[in-house]
Design a protein around this ligand. Sequence first.
Ligand code: ZN
Length: 120
Amino acid sequence: MSSNIRIQRICGYCGNEFEARTTVTQFCGDACAKKAYKAKQKAAKIENSNQETRRIIAMPIEEIKANEFLTIPEVSKLIRISRRTVYRLIEKGELKAGKLGRRTIIKRSDIDRIFEQPKH
Ligand SMILES: [Zn+2]
């Protein structure tokens, strides 16, 4: 690649015009390249999460019931409450949860226990 070329390009992040030295340069500078990279990572994370949600929405309830260990979205679908509510139950100590790496895992038997406990 020759460094003598000057190509007018539009930054893929901020949209400003800049002079690129190579034909593969996408961003006007390091700052934009870094921000674009972060945005891409974030988008990938959201896409992963959306995929996970779609997978669980499509999953028959019987299949969820058959698991002894459940994730938050699975618990949310199983007892038809929002994920936020599941998190709140865990925070309040009403629902036991374990951490496996970054995932929160709930035992199905612990869910059953909530309904067995006499309240007040
Ligand atoms: Zn830029």
